[in-house]
Design a protein around this ligand. Structure first.
Ligand SMILES: [Zn+2]
Ligand SMILES: [Zn+2]
Length: 294
């Protein structure tokens, strides 16, 4: 398929996700209205994040497709053969069965995702040019379940490009299984991310070191400089524990979120998507060094 054919196909493919995303938020919205962790989010907070997410989805498609096509083209020149990975064989192992196959489809990609994501995320907090894009995600002053989708389109591009390029070079998955694994793990990631971004006053100390919980991720979004550069992991806190950036929440610890002294929250779609792109380019040119939290 040509680039344009791929693009049209992919755009059709993401329409259901664009419609489903706000619907999936509903149960979390109800819980955070009933039991808010901080200032109660309003409908404008939710709708702004949905708008940012829709524009980001559409703007990142061309780059994702180009990276996927580059990965396939590069394979022909590899001095090694990508590992032929097959989720079916996991399911046929004695005493294991289909449930473990589905679990593997969810968790193998998530583990690989977190290995990459942790370092990409840490770098975003260090490099002024990348921080200009990531700042949008941190600017939500009433962090809520929809904040999970509040990503600048250039940040989403930078986060997506490496796994698409590198995974295809290491693992040779059947196209249908790759699609299923992407859908299953993507769905799991969205649900986990909606939950831990939600502003629900909930404490689950037993899970805090196993899965990222609302309290663990709230520390990452905290305005308090004491919490800066803590809890970078997207799913598994083990990454933070291993690399010394873990902050275990204490009982009742629900800090205020947002940029604080590092900036303000954008009021419209242009200031959310357009302005950071310009500031990022200026940071590259060395004229406007951004201020990072580190
Ligand atoms: Zn961050
Ligand atoms: Zn976040």
């Amino acid at each position: 398929m040509t680039f344009v054919e791929n693009l049209v196909e992919a755009a059709r493919g993401i329409l259901p996700a664009m419609i489903a995303m706000p619907l999936m938020l509903l149960p979390f919205i109800i819980m955070e209205q009933v039991r808010p962790a901080g200032e109660r989010p309003g409908w404008r907070d939710y709708s702004m994040n949905v708008l940012i997410n829709w524009t980001t989805m559409l703007l990142t498609l061309p780059v994702g497709i180009a990276a996927g096509m580059a990965s396939v083209a590069l394979r022909a020149y590899l001095p090694w053969r990508p590992i032929a990975f097959d989720f079916d064989t996991i399911g046929t192992l004695p005493r294991v069965g289909g449930a473990i196959e589905i679990a593997a489809m969810i968790f193998v990609p998530l583990l690989l995702h977190d290995l990459w994501f942790y370092w990409a995320h840490r770098i975003e907090h260090r490099v002024p040019f990348l921080w200009e894009f990531h700042k949008l995600h941190h600017s939500d002053e009433r962090m809520n379940c929809s904040t999970f989708a509040r990503d600048h389109f250039l940040q989403a591009t930078w986060i997506a490009i490496f796994p698409i390029l590198t995974l295809g070079l290491v693992i040779d998955l059947d196209a249908v299984q790759a699609g299923q694994a992407a859908v299953l793990s993507g769905l799991a990631l969205s649900l986990i991310s909606m939950f831990y971004h939600s502003g629900i006053r909930i404490e689950i100390p037993l899970l805090d070191t196993i899965l990222v919980t609302p309290q663990v991720h709230r520390i990452h979004h905290s305005r308090d400089p004491l919490h800066h550069d803590r809890n970078f992991a997207d799913v598994l806190p083990v990454m933070d524990i291993l690399f010394g950036t873990y902050h275990r929440p204490t009982p009742g610890e629900f800090p205020a979120t947002g940029l604080g002294d590092l900036g303000s929250s954008p009021r419209g779609l242009w200031s959310a998507q357009g302005v950071p792109a310009i500031l990022g380019l200026k940071a590259i040119a060395g004229r406007g060094r951004g201020q990072t939290p580190g």
